[in-house]
Design a protein around this ligand. Structure first.
Ligand SMILES: Cc1cc2nc3c(=O)[nH]c(=O)nc-3n(C[C@H](O)[C@H](O)[C@H](O)COP(=O)(O)OP(=O)(O)OC[C@H]3O[C@@H](n4cnc5c(N)ncnc54)[C@H](O)[C@@H]3O)c2cc1C
Length: 356
């Protein structure tokens, strides 16, 4: 019986989606059988690597379909647990949040969220800013996106024994690194649009620009969802008072540049929304733009089959998280792992036999 190989399971992509899949599998004892192959790793920056640019918080911005509702709920409890058990190490914090809608209030979604969010309440009319129709308050979670990815990378590599390889694959088929590779998870984000063997025409970029400021007096999240704008302030955990200000949601725009007129609009809108920002000194530190991996019909979490050198192999797609990869990523990972429960059982049995 051959010993378990570290490429029995290959995860393509080291963004928050691939890292969450690795984390879920590693917690179930598969760490030494996993290889993560990625062009970009935690600590890198690129317009082709979305995860470091996220705001990043849990909010009502996600979709209202059954999957999105379920992934949000699973993500909230997972992130809240990290915030209680290892907040400093994981760069995740519980943070007070207020969200406002000018119109198009997603009542059904809010009703669902109200059933599990801590400290949830509807805001009375006299607490709403002018022009706002509806508002809620709750305890959300904030995530320092680049640092949280680095936390997961360190944990996976040094605690669970996951192997990482830096490589740009020419196709999804190339992820079957050796004959022992049984399962590949495709967590390639925006690249799912063009990667040979995937080429999903439903995937498209949604550009966002954000501004990082030092504003230690801003301690809570404010978000205003308008007809054609999104404005938000998100304190960044473990950053000594840095706050991410946003934003833009530009569907179909694949430009990774930043623009000074957008920075100005973000500063104007966030100062209007939050009196703490308006009334206290704050220094602009940086501007970023990222491309959310959006998908018509929502994220694809699905088992597939692929022919590799004349053999049928298992492929699990997990991409298209749009603007919610951090809040939905853990739930998406649980679903994609569940889709290969039978294969995992087989891998577990052969690894156990090989040890005897
Ligand atoms: C401005 C902004 C604000 C956001 N705010 C939030 C927020 O508040 N909350 C939230 O939940 N989400 C937020 N998001 C969304 C979140 O960032 C994304 O959903 C998430 O980062 C997507 O992760 P991913 O792993 O799918 O993709 P990525 O992070 O892009 O990772 C893709 C990985 O695949 C690898 N890869 C691709 N092709 C290949 C190849 N051929 N060979 C090898 N490797 C390959 C890449 O190198 C990379 O490692 C925000 C996004 C933006 C831009």
């Amino acid at each position: 019986m051959a010993p378990a190989a570290n490429d029995n399971i290959v995860i393509v992509g080291a963004g928050i989606i691939g890292l969450n899949v690795a984390y879920v599998l590693a917690q179930r004892g598969f760490g030494s059988q996993i290889t993560v192959v990625a062009e970009h790793w935690p600590g890198d920056t690129s317009a082709h690597y979305t995860s470091p640019w996220a705001g990043c918080n849990f909010s009502a911005i996600s979709g209202a379909d059954r999957n999105a509702l379920r992934w949000d709920k699973l993500g909230y409890s997972h992130l809240a647990k990290l915030a209680s058990e290892c907040s400093k190490e994981a760069y995740v914090e519980r943070t007070a949040s207020k969200e406002y809608w000018d119109e198009d209030v997603p009542y059904e979604k809010i009703k669902h969220m109200s059933e599990y969010l801590d400290d949830f309440r509807l805001l009375p009319l006299n607490e709403l800013p002018p022009g706002v129709r509806f508002g809620i308050a709750f305890t959300a979670v904030t995530i320092n996106a680049p640092r949280h990815c680095e936390f997961l990378y360190q944990k996976l590599r040094y605690h669970y024994g996951v192997r990482f390889i830096r490589r740009k694959l020419p196709s999804i088929g190339a992820a079957y690194l050796s004959p022992s590779t049984e399962i590949v998870f495709n967590c390639t984000g925006i690249a799912a649009m063009t990667l040979p063997g995937v080429e999903d025409a439903n995937v498209f970029p949604t550009r966002g620009q954000v501004v990082l400021v030092k504003a230690p007096r801003v301690k809570s999240i404010s978000m205003r969802h308008g007809k054609d704008y999104e404005t938000y302030l998100i304190p960044r955990p473990g950053s000594n008072g840095n706050v991410v200000l946003g934003g833009y949601v530009q569907k179909g725009v694949s430009d990774g540049s930043t623009y000074s007129y957008e920075t100005q609009s973000i500063l104007d809108r966030t100062r209007d929304l939050d009196t703490e920002l308006r009334d206290s000194p704050h220094e602009v530190l940086a501007t970023f733009a990222g491309l959310r991996p959006s998908r018509v019909g929502g994220a694809r979490v699905e088992r597939d089959v692929i022919e590799v050198n004349g053999t049928s192999k298992v492929l699990v797609h997990n991409y298209g998280a749009g603007g919610t990869g951090f809040q939905a990523g853990y739930g998406m990972a649980l679903d994609s792992v569940k889709a290969v429960e039978d294969e995992l059982k087989r891998l577990h049995v052969s690894a156990t036999k090989a040890r005897l």
